[in-house]
Ligand binder design. Structure first.
Ligand SMILES: C[S@@+](CC[C@H](N)C(=O)[O-])C[C@H]1O[C@@H](n2cnc3c(N)ncnc32)[C@H](O)[C@@H]1O
Length: 219
């Protein structure tokens, strides 16, 4: 309980210091974490998987992931912010559920667009605040998501409800062009690959979780 409050306070500090990359006022709720991990939860537990979490922050979604990992799964985490990396390392050291999978988990501290994986992943779960980024960076990051996924693999990411539709109406000039361009990029991926969208109302703020499957290669 005390450590959860400390993590919330650390998250809020990063929200104030690094708004663009932190992108939220509070860590995600357990309801959002459950939706983000629903495809991992539904996999065949006897087949090992490679799992990548991008932007874990203080670890609310990681907490749901560690509960679902099986002994031969591989779990990589990519986080930019060294304060969050320190919190995640401490959780893998000190929390029982996390200790169980510590040997399977590797934290990489770098921007995901610079991350070169040894092999692609079955599941990619991302908490990045894409609406805060320049449009070209969103294109680069979404290309990275699909580069890192195996054909047939599932990408799950969240976005706060109605942010882009509202910003497209209330903004002007360069900001409107930026938001419209991000919207086009994300919509194109959803049109091509979306398998489901969840509405998660019990989160601050409420969020949509988008689940996309990378197409199988054409033989
Ligand atoms: C909205 S927070 C989400 C944190 C956590 N997943 C949650 O749901 O509460 C975004 C996270 O992405 C990280 N981040 C932002 N840009 C990143 C990038 N280019 N590569 C890796 N991590 C990044 C931030 O440091 C932060 O931890």
């Amino acid at each position: 309980m005390l450590s959860a409050l400390k993590n919330q306070a650390a998250f809020f500090r990063q929200f104030r210091q690094r708004f663009e990359t932190t992108g939220a006022i509070a860590p995600s709720s357990r309801f959002l974490a459950r939706s983000m991990t629903s495809f991992l939860a539904a996999r065949n537990p006897s087949t090992p998987v490679r799992m990548l979490e991008i932007g874990p922050g203080t670890g609310p979604v990681t907490e749901a992931i560690v509960k679902l990992l099986q002994p031969h799964d591989v779990f990589d985490l990519v986080e930019l912010n060294e304060e969050f990396v320190a919190i995640l390392r401490s959780r893998f050291e000190n929390e029982t559920e996390w200790q169980r999978v510590r040997a399977q988990a590797t934290i990489h501290q770098l921007p995901v667009q610079d991350f070169a994986a040894q092999e692609p992943y079955d599941f990619v779960i991302s908490g990045l605040p894409l609406n805060n980024f320049p449009a070209e960076l969103v294109t680069s990051i979404t290309d990275t998501y699909f580069r890192l996924l195996k054909p047939g693999g599932v990408l799950s990411y969240f976005e706060y409800m109605y942010v882009r539709p509202v910003r497209k109406i209330v903004t002007r000039g360069a900001e409107r062009i930026r938001i419209s361009s991000i919207d086009e990029t994300l919509q194109a991926h959803c049109d091509r690959c979306r398998i489901r969208r969840d509405n998660v109302w019990l989160n601050v703020p409420p969020a949509w979780v988008q689940h996309l499957r990378k197409p199988l290669e054409v033989r």
